[in-house]
Design a binder for this molecule. Structure first.
Ligand code: GTP
Ligand code: MG
Length: 314
C-alpha cells in the first residue's frame, strides 16, 4: 500500500499496453493445446433441413427419403402442406403426428392455406417454391406414428422448385440432385387437369417417360425403383384416364420400376371431394413400396461433399 505507484508492475496509466517481455510470453504450442469449450446440442431452428442435417438424422434412425419430382405448379408443395396439416389436426387416417424438425418451414408454407377470403379458397394456396440456396435442396422432416402398432416413421421430403425436374429431364443429372440416388421411393407429380384432354396429355406422358429414364439412369442397375405417380387437383378433374395409366405402367415395368398411381386433392373448394383426400393413401402406398434394405444411405462428408453408402441397418 505504501509503495510508490510508479513501481507497480501492473500499472498501465502511461497509455501503453503492458506486454510481457519475450522471454515471459506463453509458448504458442501451449495456447493451441487449450481444450475447446464443450459443444452443447442446440435446438433446431425448425426451418427446412440441409443435406447435412438430414444425413445426421439418417445416421441415427431409418428415414424414408422421398424423391419429389414434378414440373412447376404440379402441386408438390401443396401436397406437403396438406400432409402436414392433416397430421397436425389428427386427420391423417392411420397415422398420428409425432414430431417435425422443420415445423417452422411447414408453418410458413401452410400460411397461405389458412388465408381464406370469406370462405372462398385463395387462387394460390402455396407460392412457387424458391430456395434460399439454389444449389442445395431444402428438406422437410415429419415423424408420424402408425396408429395400429405405434411404429414411428420418419419422412424426409424435399420441397424442390419444378425447374429442378425440368432441367433434370432436359439436361440430365447435376450435382444438386445427387441426393436423389439415396431416395427409397419417388413421387412423380402431375397436374390432373393437364391430362383431361388428349391435347395436353400426350406431352405430359412424353415428359413422364423421359423423367422415368432419368430416374432409372441415376439408380444402380438391377434395383427395383418404387415410383408413385401422384395425380393432383382431383377436386378439379376427373379420374385418371385408363389408357394414360396403362401406358405409364408399361413404361415403368420396362425400366424395372414398381409403379402405382394415387390421385390426390391437397386442397378442395368443392363439396364432392374432401380436402386432403388421397394423401393418406399416397403415404401408405409409398411406405408399402419402399424397400427396407439395399438403398444407398445419404452421407455428407466434410466440406459438404455427398457420399452414398449402402444401407445395411434396416
Ligand atoms: N384446388 C386445388 N388446388 C391445388 C391442388 N394442388 C395444388 N393446387 C393449387 O396449385 C397451386 C400450385 O401448387 P404448388 O403445390 O405450389 O405447385 P408446385 O408443384 O410446388 O410448384 P413449384 O413450386 O412452382 O414447382 C397451389 O398454390 C394451389 O393453389 C389441389 O389438389 N387442389
Ligand atoms: Mg413448390
Amino acid at each position: 500500500m505504501n509503495n510508490d505507484p510508479k513501481t507497480c508492475p501492473e500499472r498501465i496509466g502511461d497509455g501503453r499496453a503492458r506486454v510481457a517481455p519475450p522471454n515471459q510470453q506463453a509458448p504458442l504450442a501451449d495456447i493451441s493445446d487449450l481444450p475447446s469449450p464443450p459443444e452443447r446440442a442446440r435446438f433446431h431452428s425448425g426451418l427446412s433441413l440441409s443435406l447435412s442435417d438430414a444425413s445426421a438424422i439418417m445416421s441415427s434412425r431409418y428415414c424414408h427419403l422421398v424423391g419429389i419430382l414434378g414440373s412447376p405448379s404440379a402441386g408438390k408443395t401443396a401436397a406437403l402442406v396438406s400432409l402436414y396439416l392433416l397430421a397436425a389436426r389428427a386427420k391423417l387416417a392411420g397415422f398420428e403426428y409425432a414430431n417435425s424438425r422443420s415445423v417452422m418451414a411447414f408453418e410458413r408454407l401452410a400460411r397461405g392455406a389458412r388465408r381464406w377470403n370469406n370462405g372462398a379458397m385463395p387462387d394460390e394456396m402455396t407460392g412457387h417454391t424458391q430456395l434460399a440456396d439454389t444449389r442445395n435442396p431444402g428438406l422437410m422432416h415429419l415423424r408420424l406414428r402408425r396408429v395400429v402398432n405405434e411404429q414411428a416413421i420418419d419422412l424426409l421430403l424435399p420441397d424442390l422448385p419444378g425447374e429442378w425436374t425440368d432441367s433434370f429431364i432436359d439436361r440430365g443429372p447435376s450435382p444438386r440432385i445427387e441426393f436423389l440416388r439415396a431416395c427409397d421411393v419417388f413421387w412423380m407429380f402431375v397436374d390432373g387437369t393437364t391430362i383431361e384432354t388428349t391435347k395436353t396429355r400426350g406431352l405430359v406422358e412424353h415428359r413422364l417417360k423421359l423423367l422415368m429414364d432419368r430416374v432409372a439412369q441415376i439408380r444402380a442397375p438391377q434395383t427395383r425403383v418404387p415410383v408413385v405417380l401422384v395425380v393432383t387437383r382431383r377436386d378439379q378433374s376427373n379420374a385418371t384416364p385408363a389408357e394414360f395409366r396403362s401406358n405409364l405402367e408399361r413404361e415403368a415395368s420396362t425400366r424395372s420400376m414398381v409403379f402405382s398411381v394415387v390421385e390426390v386433392a391437397s386442397f378442395s373448394a368443392t363439396d364432392h371431394v374432401a380436402p386432403g383426400s388421397g394423401i393418406a393413401e399416397l403415404l401408405e402406398t409409398a411406405l408399402s413400396q419402399a424397400p427396407k434394405v439395399g438403398v444407398p444411405r445419404l452421407e455428407v462428408a466434410p466440406r459438404g461433399r455427398h457420399v452414398l453408402r449402402y444401407r445395411s441397418d434396416a
